[in-house]
Structures are given as C-alpha cells and as structure tokens.
Design a protein around this ligand. Structure first.
Ligand SMILES: NC(=O)c1ccc[n+]([C@@H]2O[C@H](COP(=O)([O-])OP(=O)(O)OC[C@H]3O[C@@H](n4cnc5c(N)ncnc54)[C@H](OP(=O)(O)O)[C@@H]3O)[C@@H](O)[C@H]2O)c1
Length: 254
C-alpha cells in the first residue's frame, strides 16, 4: 500500500509551501498528490521536485464532477493518506451589500463545501497517526464587517475541524486547524483585496506558517497559531463583548 500526502491548493502560496516542506521532511512517503486548477503551476512544482514522486491532479474542487474524480482516484489506488492538507481557498472583501451573491457563494463552495467534501472523501484512507491539516484563518475567531463571508466561512472550517478531531481521536488521527493572520501570498491580489497598513505590519512568510503547522500537527495539536497577534485576537474575542468588538472592527475595516 502506497503512503501518500494529499495537498489541495498546491499551485501557490501556503499549499505550495506545504508540498515543498513535506517533500523535504517526509522521506518515507511514496507519493505526494498535488491538487489545484492551474496545471502549469503544478507541472512547475513537479519539475522543481524531480527526485520525488509527485502526482498531479488538476481539479476544480468547486465542481462535483472533479470531487467525484478524486473519489475514483482514491478508490482505484487505495493508498494510505499519511497527511491530508486542505489549503485550497479564496477570499473577497467589501460590504455584503456591494458584493454579488454568485461570487460570495463561489467562495463558500471552495472554502467550506470543497474542504468538507475532500475531507470526507479522504476519511476512509486515513490510518492511525495520519494527520489532517486544515487551512483556517485568524478571521475565524470573530465576525469581520467588510470581510464577513470569508470570516464566516473560516468559522465554519474551525468548528468542523474541532468536531472532526474529537470524532477521530479514537482512531489515533489528529486534525489541526491552522489559523494565521495575513500571509504574504497571491491570496490578496487574486481576491482584489487591498492590504491595509495595519495588516502589512503582521504579514507573515508562508514558510513560517507551514513549518509551525507541520510541527503542531505532528505534536497532535488541534490548533496551530503562528505569532502573538492572532493569539491576542483569539483571546480578545473570548474576553470582550461581541458588540464592542464589532464596533471596533467596523471602524478598522469598513
Ligand atoms: N494569505 C493569507 O493571508 C491567508 C491568511 C489566513 C488563511 N489563509 C488561507 O490559506 C489557504 C491558502 O491561501 P494562500 O494564501 O496560499 O492563497 P493562494 O496563493 O491564492 O492559494 C489558494 C490556492 O487555492 C487553490 N484554489 C482556489 N480555488 C480552487 C478551486 N475551485 N479548486 C481547486 N483549487 C482551488 C488555488 O489554486 P488554483 O487557482 O490553481 O486552482 C491555490 O492553489 C486558503 O484557504 C486561505 O483562506 C490565507
């Protein structure tokens, strides 16, 4: 039976960094499966990692047909998924009233629906000591006027991960929610989001987020937070009344 890592969102940013670091650190893996829509980026990644067995799956995870294709690949190969990383995601900002519902729902399709489907499709192939790493966000910890749908989608992911982790505990599988603040990737550019000056101060490198996430996942932690700014956000969200926080967020973000 092949032992594999399966990584979504592998064509750029944090997902690509996961592929690079997993390829370097997990020599016992037989293959790394990389998923995203942009075939050319996945091919470049494969060329960069020429000594590793990289399997390219150019899939659009917002499409049921492509999710079914993933289900079939797994059924045919019957691998053991040692590491599952769900990093595919996207974000759009702006007041809800100024956004189109189609774009908003597309975001939910990728951030929530696809992550749920990929995780569930992969579940039968996880074994004792397998690790599930889910790209969440610091935005999960409190509602964000001006970034509402994205933040709500990440709250869903956080809640899903924590419950799944509790369900899988008996099988010796851990689920780690990775909840960073702003990270220096294509994410903002692709979503047409302007990075505010205060966000720029906390902009982290994907290398650091991923290193900590892999370390925390191996340590069996259910949450991986890089940097004290997001720790502070989480603590503040727990301690302060939501009405007060929403007022502050509205002034900062709108
Ligand atoms: N950057 C940040 O500040 C930040 C902060 C907190 C959390 N996050 C989360 O971290 C994750 C990775 O983001 P990133 O910063 O690495 O952004 P990114 O560079 O834009 O990467 C997003 C990845 O998702 C893939 N993707 C998007 N839609 C897809 C679809 N329909 N089907 C398949 N793949 C799809 C993209 O590949 P293709 O376009 O090739 O399909 C790309 O590989 C996301 O879940 C994001 O919400 C990011």
């Amino acid at each position: 039976m092949k032992h594999i890592a399966l990584i979504t969102g592998a064509s750029s940013g944090i997902g690509k960094e996961f592929v690079l670091q997993i390829a370097a650190a997990y020599s016992s893996l037989d293959e790394i499966w990389v998923l995203a829509r942009r075939l050319s980026e996945l091919q470049k990644l494969k060329a960069e990692l020429s000594k590793k067995q990289i399997r390219i799956l150019p899939l659009d995870l917002s499409q049921d047909m492509d999710l079914e294709a993933l289900e079939k690949y797994l059924k045919d190969e019957q691998p053991c998924i040692r590491l599952l990383v769900n990093s595919a995601g996207c974000g759009k900002s702006g007041p809800i009233a100024e956004q189109g519902w189609r774009d908003a729902c597309r975001m939910l399709d990728v951030n929530c629906r696809a992550l749920t489907a990929v995780t569930m499709i992969c579940l039968p192939y996880l074994r004792k000591k397998s690790r599930v790493i889910q790209m969440d966000s610091g935005a999960a910890f409190l509602p964000q006027p001006g970034f509402a749908i994205y933040a709500a989608s990440k709250s869903y992911v956080f809640s899903f991960d924590q419950a799944l982790g509790a369900e899988l505990k008996g099988r010796g599988i851990t689920v780690t929610s990775v909840s960073p603040g702003p990270v220096d990737t294509e994410f903002f550019h692709r979503g047409g989001i302007t990075i505010s000056p205060w966000k720029k101060i906390f902009l982290a490198k994907p290398e650091k987020i991923v290193r900590k996430a892999l370390f925390d996942a191996e340590a069996g932690k259910n949450l991986s937070i890089y940097g004290c700014s997001i720790q502070l956000v989480r603590l503040t969200a727990k301690l302060l009344p939501q009405k007060l926080l929403l007022g502050i967020m509205r002034r900062m973000l709108l």
